[in-house]
Design a protein around this ligand. Structure first.
Ligand code: DAH
Length: 441
């Protein structure tokens, strides 16, 4: 699966059948790089960005985004979008997602799914899990990567994969970014839900902002000492039992299997797959937390398990939602189909407008990346772009490489006119030429 993709970028599932959409997978899959290569920044210092964001709270006009204690925080455009600053690669399209917090809307598929997972943990662990769903998505590089042992040379740290506000601050690319701080704050059982951000290509299952839930549970020695198992085996067994129960809570009595994998923050690491609608579907990534993370955060003698799951990925399957852009739709014909507490009500497409395809070919240069292209296209077409797909690729005798991309434009809500599509395509061509410095053919 995904053998041709760079390690650690959000891999694509190429093995799924046509009945099963390709869905966003966790990014931290087996690396070509040995995990031991990590150079780690240690320390307990609280994130500078949090302080900066908190300070910004008193300013007027910002997007209200989170609460720390009783303080409503605001994030201003100038906090995250810095045109002309080479250490910043956050576009306005991303800033526009800030504060929308789809996962906190009880009538939205993502909120319904979150609440259903909460119900499972409440029922089975009598309220032991603390829930966080409004932690600030601006985090330090240390929180996002170092604290969870992501190797220094890991591709996920690149500007091509992650949104950087400045050299030390990113938009979190996973909810694992909060593990260390919550451990240090003394939490032993927690669920963290939030919006996460990744630069990526464009298709019906990938969107640069999506939502994850992280689960974490710490065990103390007295919990496993009588079990005849060591701490790691005990935590792994508890993890599997807990997550099998969760999968059953969400999907009913389905066939499940565990697949060994690699994540920088866990060892051993697993993925849980379920057999659903005639295909194996990856539900989540998880594992027994690396001892180093516990040790660095005041839990030396403990063991822990952790998991991370993508809410869109599961909601698309559970609600039959065919395109990830729909989660962002305010169209009543979409929003009115979902209501609090009703997991798995099947979405009925209200109409299907035809896509319009436009091809563009250009000679690439050394810096060219598909993620950069997609960002340019999204900057112009917004959610009207459904897919950007490489359909031809060759290198001539002079060593110049040509790419041809097919852009699919389609609105979820209305018919697009020829004129607006032609205008968009014209602007895309201009911006691709000017911003990416490629030679159009
Ligand atoms: N952070 C991972 C990702 O985004 C998902 C994940 C996997 C989280 C395993 C975990 C874990 O806590 O144990 O790809």
């Amino acid at each position: 699966m995904a053998a041709t993709l760079p390690a650690f970028s959000a891999p694509r599932c190429s093995c799924s059948s046509s009945s099963s959409p390709r869905l966003p997978l966790p990014r931290f899959l087996p690396s070509a790089q040995p995990p031991a290569a990590a150079t780690l920044l240690r320390g307990r210092a609280r994130l500078q960005t949090s302080a900066a964001a908190a300070a910004a709270a008193v300013e007027v006009g910002g997007v209200k985004i989170a609460r720390e204690g009783n303080v409503e925080m605001s994030i201003l455009r100038s906090d995250v979008v810095k045109e002309g600053d080479p250490t910043n690669n956050v576009p306005d399209t991303i800033y526009s997602k800030f504060g929308l917090q789809l996962h906190r809307r009880d009538n939205h598929p993502l909120g319904i799914l979150k609440n259903t997972i909460y119900d499972y943990f409440d029922k089975n662990f009598s309220g032991q899990f603390n829930k966080f769903d409004d932690l600030c998505p601006l985090v330090s590089v240390k929180q996002n990567f170092d604290d969870v042992l992501v190797p220094a040379d890991h591709v996920s740290r690149s500007y091509n994969d992650t949104y950087y506000v400045d050299a030390q601050t990113v938009l979190r690319c996973h909810t694992s970014a909060h593990q260390a701080e919550l451990l240090r704050d003394g939490h032993t059982h927690f669920l963290v839900t939030g919006d996460v951000y990744r630069r990526d290509s464009i298709d019906s299952t990938h969107y640069p902002c999506f939502h994850q839930m992280e689960g974490f549970r710490v065990f103390s020695p007295d919990e496993w000492s009588g079990s005849g198992m060591d701490g790691t085996a005990y935590a792994a067994a508890d993890l599997k039992k807990t997550l099998e129960g969760l999968a059953e809570h969400l999907f009913g009595a389905v066939e499940m299997r565990w697949v060994d994998t690699y994540f920088p923050f866990t060892n051993p690491s697993f993925e849980l797959e379920i057999y659903f609608q005639d295909d194996w579907l990856e539900v989540l990534g998880c594992g027994v937390t690396e001892q180093e993370i516990l040790k660095n955060n005041g839990r030396t003698d403990n063991v822990a398990w952790a998991f991370g799951l993508g809410l869109e990925r599961l909601a698309m399957v559970l609600f039959d939602i065919p395109d990830i852009r729909l989660f962002w739709s305010n169209d009543k014909r979409f929003t009115s189909q979902f209501s609090e507490g009703k997991l798995g009500v099947k979405f009925k497409p209200f109409s299907k407008f035809p896509p319009c395809y436009k091809d563009m070919s250009f000679w690439i240069n050394e810096e060219f990346t598909e993620n950069n292209l997609c960002e340019v296209v999204r900057g112009i077409a917004g959610d009207l772009v459904e897919e950007v797909k490489l359909i031809d690729n060759f290198t001539n005798k002079k060593g110049m490489t040509s790419h041809c991309y097919r852009i699919a434009y389609r609105s979820m809500e209305r018919s697009l006119t020829d004129e607006e599509i032609n205008d968009m395509q014209w602007n895309v061509r201009e911006e691709v030429k000017n911003k990416l410095k490629v030679e159009l053919r």
